[in-house]
Structure formats: C-alpha cells, structure tokens
Design a protein around this ligand. Structure first.
Ligand code: PLP
Length: 502
C-alpha cells in the first residue's frame, strides 16, 4: 500500500517513509491511495484474539511494508503494560429497561501510562519510527521536538523514553500547564529524554519549536551531530493508524457482551478536537465495519458542529477555555483527510479549501461533498453546564464516573438520540480517566474543592466513588523531579543543540 498527499500529485511513498516524513513536502497530509477492506468474516475472527493481535491485524492492512513479526513486536511493546488485560475495555453503561436495544458502550481508551487516549497511538509510534529508520537505511538518530500545552507532552515522553535511535525533547510554557501535567513531565525518567520549561505562554513555546524546524542552520548543525529532527503530532499517519484498530476491537467487544450480533450496525460517538480520533472511526467505517452514523461531539468551541450542519468551516470565532481542554481547538487539522476522500481524491479542491482557511479563515464545501458527509456524520455540541450535569447524572444512574471529555460525548449522544430517535447500540469513545480532571469532576458532583491540592482531590474522589485511581497518577506524589531547566524563548535553539550533542 502506498501513500499520497492531500494537496498535490506526488510520487507515492510507502508507509515507513510517510511515518518518517510526518507531513508531505507540499504541506499536505499523507493518505492511503486506496482504503483497504475488512470482511465480516475477518471481523468475526477477531473475537478469539487479544487486543495486541487485533491491532497487529489492523496495522497489517495499512503498513504493508512492515512484516507480520515487526507489527507483532510493535503491538506487544506498545500495549503490554496497559493496566487491564483487555487493554481497551468496553463498559456497558446505558441499558434503559424501556429500551433494551439501546445500550451505550464506553470504550475506555485511557488505561495506558498517562491515563489519556493519546497513549494508544503514542506508545506505538516510536516503535513504528524506529523500524522505519531501519527500512529506509537511515543511520542518524531521530530527535522528536514537541511543544505542549499539557497532555501530548507527557504521552510522547512516555512513548519515546529509552526507544533506541530516538531522542525526545519537550518544551512547555512555564506557567501554562496544570500542576499535575507539569509534575507528570518533570518526573519522566529515561536516558534519551529532556523536558524544558519556557518563560512565556504556549504560543511562545510552539513558535520557538516551529522556528527551529524551519531553521536551515540548526538543521545543518544537527546533521553534523548525526541527528535528524522529527515531530510526533497528531497528523502523522503513524499516530492515526493505531487508532483505527480499537473501533474494530470495540465492535467485537459489543458482540462478546451480547449487545449486538456480528453484522449489526452500530453508531460511534467521539469527543473531538483535532479530528484524529473520529477520522480513525471513519476509516473503520470505510473498511467495512458495520457503522451507520459517526457522531462528532464538541464543546463550546463548536466549529465542527456548525461545519456538519451547514458545510461552512469558519474559524473566525471566539475561543473558549473549557473544562474539556483537549477539545479547545479551532482548526481541526485531520479534517483535511476526510475532505480528500469524500471529494473523490480531488487534491486541487482540498488545496483551495486549505488556502481559503489560511487566508480568510473560512471555506464552504460544495454540495456534493456536503450530501456525502450528511450520510455519515452528525455534529452536536455541549455547554459547560451540560457537561457537568452529565457527569453527575451518569454517576447517579449507573455509578459510572466519566471525565469531562467523555461527558461531552455522552451528552451529545443523548441530544442526537432525542432529535433523531435513532436508538441503535453505540460505541462511545471514553478518552481520559476521570482522575486526570479531578477538580472539574468533583465540582460536577457538587463537592467543594477549596483548599484541596491535586492529591487530596484524588483521595476525595476515590473515597466518594470507589472508582479505581490509575497507579501512574498516585505514584507522582513520590516521584523524583528530574527536569528543572527553564529557558527564555530565544534560548530554545541552543538547548536543542546541547541536548543533541549529549
Ligand atoms: C486529544 C484528546 C481529545 C481529542 O481528540 P482528537 O483526536 O484531537 O479529536 C479528546 N479527549 C482527550 C482526553 C484528549 O486528550
């Protein structure tokens, strides 16, 4: 299988090259030339397999230049230390006695080392990259540079720590991340990791990293040191493809818990930010997973809800900081891949939309695309009050504790069902442990959190609900601080060179 760009006609590349390059040279995203198929028989056979085996099967459909053994090794290394045997378990949480056909399975994507769904992909990407280096005969070391506003930094650190032939360096804004997120990062062990605070805000850190990527002089110096820069952000194909696997696995879990039988259609509901997670569900649907609708859930930053309702994508709007911060995004980068596929691979059209987005912050898709999107997608958004209300309600009814992002999805689903009366079973992505957003969850449960630090909040929530606390978060209270470096934004490049030379 070969990969092409969403923005122009390029010579197709294999998956190892697409993963190493991250972004195509024309600024477009890599997409598979043709979406592979999965038959109902194949899906049925996944039932007897472990999560690792299911994932290896899925990766084999797309990453045809990797051997079966290599993919088996990748999935073992990525998932063997997720903290439950199922890796990505599905909890059946809504089974209305009046509506026995309308269950909702919460697919828990947060049993990895940082307790958020980005682990599923970021535990895998470093191994795909390491093998890609061997495949293309690259002997240089890869240095992953990340600017983070919180979750991605820790997940990337945890994924790349001690992976051969790689180094990882994370810059975070000195006072722009939560205390817990900072603690997660500055306690990260590993011989190939560096974490540095930047005096300034997230934009300062991000612009600093972008500048380094664009600076030929730095690249030349790194080249002399035998180091090549790369990025681990969510438009890399190697981050997207591991996410397709869990939709197949989740479907099989619904069969095993007798909610559906093989071949039945389900809906999928996803709390969405950069459009990576729900795009993976779209690929699963296109491959042949029996899915009727994809429900795209947003918070007050509802640019996608408007897009699916009107066909107009308009980023010129107020930006809200919400209690579901990983969805506070106005440019959903991965949407570009959807437009490419649903326009019938029309890279000229995609190019036009993306340059309009760049110049005037807005584009309108043509009628044909809009009609096709209407068949597959439904967008809903959820306010802050509704989010809190759903955490409380679902806990009250089912003793199931949701984080703020998952609550956005479950509430959006309920709105969708109310409007359409479409009550078929649903797989709903649960994207973070409630203990990652303890303050907001306690507030939703009407607890007073004044004067409680993070660990006291965790204890309060645990005393109250008995819901299991992830070990990695508990361990932080005793973890050794390993990274205390702080720099100005114009010192970032030198820090990179120093770390590369180490
Ligand atoms: C990143 C993230 C999301 C959004 O996922 P996208 O793939 O960017 O749409 C939702 N919830 C949590 C907890 C996240 O970390």
């Amino acid at each position: 299988m070969k990969y092409v760009s969403t923005r122009s006609k390029i010579t197709p590349v294999n998956s190892a090259e697409a993963i190493l390059q991250g972004l195509a040279a024309d600024g477009g995203l890599f997409v598979p030339e043709k979406i592979p198929k999965a038959s109902i028989e194949e899906i049925g056979q996944l039932g007897g397999k472990t999560y690792e085996q299911r994932a290896a099967w899925l990766l084999g459909k797309f990453l045809t230049d990797y051997t079966e053994d290599e993919l088996g090794e990748c999935t073992e290394l990525a998932y063997n230390w997720f903290d439950v045997p199922a890796r990505v378990p599905v909890m059946i949480l809504i089974q209305d006695p009046n509506n026995p056909i309308a269950p909702v399975g919460a697919m828990e994507l947060w049993h990895g080392p940082t307790s958020a769904f980005k682990d599923v992909a970021l535990q895998m990407l470093p191994h795909l990259m390491r093998m890609a280096l061997q495949k293309v005969g690259e002997t240089k070391q890869i240095l992953i540079l990340v600017a983070t506003s919180g979750d991605t930094g820790k997940a990337a650190l945890a994924g790349f720590a001690d992976v051969p032939q790689t180094k990882i360096m994370v810059f975070y804004p000195d006072d722009g991340v939560s205390k817990m997120q900072k603690l997660q990062m500055i306690t990260q062990p590993g011989d190939n990791v560096n974490v540095t605070a930047v005096r300034g805000n997230f934009d300062d850190a991000q612009n600093g990293v972008k500048k380094i990527f664009g600076d030929k002089k730095i690249r030349d110096e790194l080249d002399k040191l035998g180091v090549k820069l790369s990025s681990a952000n969510s438009i890399n194909w190697g981050r997207l493809v591991p996410q397709i696997a869990y939709y197949f696995s989740g479907y099989v879990e619904l069969i095993q818990s007798k909610q559906i039988t093989l071949g039945d259609k389900i809906n999928i509901c996803v709390p969405t930010g950069n459009f990576g997670n729900i795009l993976a569900a779209y690929y699963a649907l296109k491959m042949g997973l029996p899915v009727k609708k994809l429900i795209c859930a947003s918070n007050d930053n509802n640019v996608l809800t408007e897009f699916f309702a009107t066909g107009i994508y308009n980023r010129n709007r107020k930006f809200f900081k919400t209690i579901s911060p990983s969805m506070d995004i106005l440019i959903s980068s991965n949407l570009e891949r959807l437009l490419y596929h649903e326009s019938g691979n029309d890279f000229r059209l995609v190019n036009r939309y993306m340059s309009e987005l760049n110049s005037v912050g807005k584009y309108t898709v043509d009628k044909k695309i809009k009609t096709r999107l209407d068949k597959i997608f439904h967008g809903e958004y959820v306010t802050e009050d509704e989010t809190r209300d759903y955490i409380k309600r679902i806990y009250g009814s089912f003793k199931y504790l949701m984080d703020t992002h998952t609550a956005v999805a479950v509430c959006a689903l309920s709105k969708y069902r109310g409007k359409t009366k479409d009550l078929i079973p649903v797989l709903c992505a649960s994207t973070a442990s409630p203990y990652k957003f303890t303050g907001a969850v306690l507030t939703a449960l009407e607890q007073n959190i004044d004067g409680l630090d993070n660990f006291a909040q965790i204890k309060r929530l645990n005393d109250m609900t008995n819901f299991k606390v992830p070990k990695n978060l508990l361990a932080l209270s005793k973890a050794k601080i390993l990274h205390e470096d702080v720099c100005d934004k114009d010192e970032m490049a030198q820090r990179v060179l120093d770390f590369a030379a180490k």
